[in-house]
Design a protein. Structure first.
Length: 277
């Protein structure tokens, strides 16, 4: 059962106190998650060669506002856009720009977080410009999506965050890719980033034990080459692979239920992974 009142859950392996949420809270998360997913559905047809990431971001901001919601990223630690758009070797936190145009065979992640009635919906997907790319990039995108789901499928009361991370790491490394360590998933709900941290690598049985009512993202980043990342000094945000080989990421917002999980950010159009035919 989900808690009938909000509760605090302390665990020695958590970065802070974890809030356990009620069924009513889960309804709020479904509304926020749905709008975030609709936003990624909406942008799909606009991902074409020659389009600028600045234009994509404006469409996203308009969509969020037209739906009476608020972008969680605008004003977040000085960030000024409604999305992060991360192309090829950019791991995450790519800043939309009118000077940056999509090129055929680019792979890109679009990450949006919206606030609906105080609840946060945070999700990202990969897109492939022109519908197909180089074999290694296509494989990276597919394996990253599968890795996200290997992580999600471990989520149930009694499992641990080490189980989640280990499932993701095992699947990614088996395919020859590396797992980014510098960025993690996170608790969310009435705040954007909360305890606990969700590592995308780890050891089965270790870490925070999952209990009903937890809300968090799982958002693995997998790289073709090194897992090491560096942040552009020019903007303080853009995270690139050190070796400039490609990176991919998918993100869902999930909740732990009495017997498993609920996904809040499922694509209403079924656009869960490219090529979105
Ligand atoms: N949406 C990102 C996440 O998954 C965070 C982006 S913060 C921003 O947690 F400021 F860069 F937008
Ligand atoms: Co997130
Ligand atoms: Co996100």
């Amino acid at each position: 059962m989900l808690p009938t009142q909000r509760q605090i859950y302390d665990h020695p392996d958590s970065s802070g106190a974890i809030t356990l949420h009620t069924a009513e809270d889960f309804e709020g998360m479904h509304a926020a998650g749905r709008l975030a997913a609709e936003c990624l559905d909406m942008i799909t047809e606009h991902v074409r060669p020659g389009v600028s990431t600045g234009e994509l971001d404006r469409r996203i901001q308009d969509f969020v506002e037209d739906n009476g919601a608020v972008s969680a990223t605008i004003g977040y630690r000085g960030y000024q856009h409604a999305s992060c758009i991360s192309i090829n070797e950019v791991v995450c936190h790519g800043i939309p720009s009118d000077e940056e145009q999509l090129v055929d065979k680019d792979i890109l992640n679009i990450d949006v977080t919206v606030i609906v009635d105080g609840w946060h919906g945070d999700t990202s997907r990969m897109y492939i410009v022109g519908g197909s790319s180089f074999p290694t990039r296509e494989k990276l995108v597919r394996v990253t999506y599968e890795a996200l789901w290997h992580g999600i499928n471990t989520v149930r009361p009694g499992a641990t965050l080490g189980d989640v991370g280990a499932a993701i790491q095992k699947h990614g490394e088996k395919a020859g890719f590396s797992i980014v360590r510098q960025f993690v998933g996170h608790g969310l709900g009435e705040q954007f980033h909360m305890a606990p941290n969700i590592f995308h690598f780890g050891k089965p049985g270790k870490g925070v034990e999952l209990v009903p009512g937890m809300l968090f993202t799982i958002e693995p980043m997998l790289n073709v080459g090194t897992y090491r990342v560096e942040i552009d000094e020019s903007d303080g945000w853009t995270a690139r692979t050190r070796d400039r080989k490609s990176s991919a990421q998918f993100e869902h917002s999930v909740g732990v239920t009495a017997d498993g999980f609920e996904i809040f950010t499922t694509s209403p159009k079924g656009f869960e992974q490219p090529p979105y035919l």
